[in-house]
Structures are given as structure tokens and as C-alpha cells.
Design a protein around this ligand. Sequence first.
Ligand code: FES
Ligand code: FES
Length: 401
Amino acid sequence: MNATQGPTMPLSLNVNGLAVAAEIEPRRHLADFLRENLNLTGTHLGCEHGVCGACTLLVDGEPVRSCITFAGACSGADVTTIEGLDNDEIAIELRAAFNREHALQCGFCTPGMLVSARDLVLRLREPDERRIRLGLSGNLCRCTGYVGIVQAVRSVIAARRERGITAIVADPGRGLGPIGARIGSGLAAGALPPNTVKARVPAPAAKVAAAFTPTDSFEQTFTIGRPPAEVFAAFGRIREIADCIPGALVDGEPTPDRVEGGIRVRFGPISPVFRGVALVERDEENFTGRILGTGADAGERSTMQGEIRYRVVPGEEPGTARVELAVGYALKGALAQFGRPSLVRNLAGRIIAEFSRNLEDRLMGRSTGGAPKQINLPRLVFNSLSEGVRSWIKRLLAFSD
Ligand code: FES
Ligand code: FES
């Protein structure tokens, strides 16, 4: 175990008919295990939170989203990836039909799409368009639209039924589509037959977990043109601090060790408020503190948890303070699409820069209208990405000189 690796666990399973044994971190999801440990990169990763279906593969013959399935939960299972379907009769027919019907362009969704389509070919008695569309509704394609895809699947089912190959509908209660995406009765707890992956697929977390384990952490520092004691004292005035944070709201009267409130985050036309609670600890002697918070949007479709540890030390210039922050966080749900560590760090850098400017203005007695009332996440993401592209172009131009 090295400094960056957590505890590990043994894993043995069959992948594409071959026995595999490995030592893995319990948090490693199946798609990462296949792609990074076994170099099976045919399993694609799009959203990484169970929405797009790009990572769909078979576990014990059932379509499963490998980005939300822990590898460790598949001990003893038979995993089949798109590479394992090279010589599969139905997959061969589907690949030909996808070509014939122009059912792919970039091909990013295609491995997951083929796995789900194969399951439909196996189980639908007739080439029923409505059921095919329902069965594929957990697989998103950004290129082609679905007409060609649906037509490809229909044509394979029709051709096989015409050749007298019947569907293997063994379980009428089993829903369509990958586990976790199934619509209607198939999700009923008793609907899955024995010996399926039911026990191996982790249930989605309905609530913010009580124990907080960050999925990523990073450090940031900033300097304020006021002495450390003054800056540390300001950190204890919760309302004032909240006023300096873009989007932050405080509900009721905060106590020195607890605050209830939220952050308003704008996603395009909607701006949900993530409400929650933060526990605050301060060490007056060492000028350090800790804020531990959890929050969720109104429907609990997205949750966030975070811990900020801070330390206020003298800055390089006399009369200034340097604030050192150590931030850990975990994002789940829709918000997780903005959760790539590099992006979060970049966004955090921008939010912290704005916070420190507002705080300094306040401490210097400069008038400030306060922080914006919401975080415009798409704009921040766009700005971050365009900065990345600009620096990439600069590097390219420098290289070509
Ligand atoms: S990557 Fe798994 S569902 Fe999108
Ligand atoms: S073919 Fe490009 S995402 Fe489906």
C-alpha cells in the first residue's frame, strides 16, 4: 500500500471467460477495473453516475451499468464486456445491422448500446418498437438520434423470429434495460430470479451518508491584506463570511458551532438551492478551524458533502495573512457531472478568489455589494474549459515556432 492508495481487498471473477484475480481498492468501480487493470477499453465511460448507459456490460448475463457497480461486489461473477461478444452470434448480427442502418457515428455509445440491444434481441418475442425504445431508454446516443438504432434492433429481432429462433423470456417480471434503469414492474424486489446480480449491485444512496469519506481533496491558499488575528476573527462571524461566498444563504441564527443554510447553484434555466447543515470547530489558540457540511437539493437528486480545514498564518508582507485551506468533498447525482477533480479544483479556485476579494474588501471597510446570489456553474465550467483550450493553443503555437 503506498501513500495515495487506500486499503485493498482481493477480487476474483471471470471476465470474458477467463479467471481474473486482483487486489483492488474497495471503492474501485467495475468499469475502471476493466479499463485500467485489464485494459479492456471497449467499455466506455460517459457520465459515470448511471445515466448515459455507455458503460453497460453483462454481469451473470444481466445488463449492468459498470460505472455504478463496485468491482468488489462482483466477486465470483461472470462479467462479459463488448470484447467478450466478438464471436457472439447475436452481437455479430447486431453489428451488421448497425452498419446497415447507419446506427452509429462516433461510436461512443455503441458498446453499451449493443449490450442492451443484445438483451432485447434475446428476450423480446416480437420486434415491438415501443418496447425496444423503452429497453434502450437507459442508453443515450448524442450523435445519431435513435431511428437507425431502433430499426437495427427491430430488423435483427424480426429476422431471428422469422428463422424460428424464439425469445428466451424466462421471467415476465424482469424489466427492460440495464439494472438500475429498468422501468416499471421489473424493479420489484422479488422480480429478479435467484442467482442474479441482485445482491451484488449496490443500492443507490437515498440520503447523505452519515460518515463522510471525501472522493477527492485538494489544497488552496490565498492572502488577505489584513493581520492574521483579524482574519481569523472574521472567520468566526458566520453571517459575514456567508455574505462573501457566492450563492451562500444562511437560515435562522447560526450558533458558533452550527449553521444551517444553503448554496444556490444555477444550472441553465433552473437554480436549485442545496440546503444543509454545517458544523463549525475553531481553535482560537492556533488560528485553525474546520467546517463539515452536508447538503442536498429539494428532491435529493444531488447531494454534496464537504470538509474545509483552514489555518491562518502570517503572510509574506507584514500585516497580511495567508489562509491555507484543505478541502475534501463528495458529489452525487446531477451535480456529479461537474465533479471531475481538475474541474472542481478550478471552480473552487475561482470561488475562493471571489470569496477572498469580498472578505478583504469587507475587512478594509471598502463598500461591497456582497457576493453574487448564486453560483453560475455552467458559466464557471465554460470559463474554465475555455482557459484550458487557450493554454493548449498557446502551447501548440509555441511548439510549432
Ligand atoms: S458511464 Fe455509466 S451510465 Fe454513464
Ligand atoms: S454514435 Fe456517437 S454517441 Fe452514439
